[in-house]
Design a protein around this ligand. Sequence first.
Ligand SMILES: [Zn+2]
Ligand SMILES: [Zn+2]
Length: 248
Amino acid sequence: MSSKFSKFLSLLFVDEHNCVVCDRELPKPSRYRICNKCYALLEVIGDKGCLKCGRMMVSEGDYCLDCQNREMEFDRAFAPLAYNGAAVALVTKLKFHGRKYLAQGMAKQMTDRFLEEEKAVDAVIPVPLHPNRQKQRGYNQSELLARVIASDLRLPIDLASLRREKDTLASSSLQGGRAAREENLKDAFKVTDAEKVKGKTILLVDDVLTTGTTANQAAKVLKQAGAKAVYVLTFAGTREKPPIQADS
Ligand SMILES: [Zn+2]
Ligand SMILES: [Zn+2]
């Protein structure tokens, strides 16, 4: 069988018995659908996460350098993994290559990470895409993740209350650092029905937390609409950047 054809088949028939990273047969059913060898290569954040944004830290202490110098609108953010290696590959395949089935195993890792926190939540809200972007892609990867998480946590999913108003540029294409990203995402989100979020604790779900600007802007409008607390859960978070060393 040509590899092109077998690749096509593998897109149609998802084999739950194969590792989503290396595609080798799993010796036993795996909750994350990842073999032990590939799982060992993932960088689990564990207790090395910043107590605010959840990203893996290089510095000592409770908070990353970013969080020491900024106020975020969300209460806490969590991610099981650092955004490296196979985690990047999985997010890329889920987001840009139509591999929607990957959401299942990825979301289980997110659910397990969130359950460690023992936090009570009223509703799950995925970070929405702008309707133009969603039409182009055909789906919202964060919604796929949020559906699995909401079902596992037995929570309602709210797809209507938070909307993306502005078709923002991909933050990766932006020059000019955090200020540019913040300007790009300013007023990007809108709460359609404040009554639905008022007094509620919301679990906001996205695929990756990079600078935290997206989560911050979404949390901001939810809080303005009266949300009691906003937790952010992503599959991966970029590592804290080491402080810039002055040239000697
Ligand atoms: Zn594997
Ligand atoms: Zn932080």
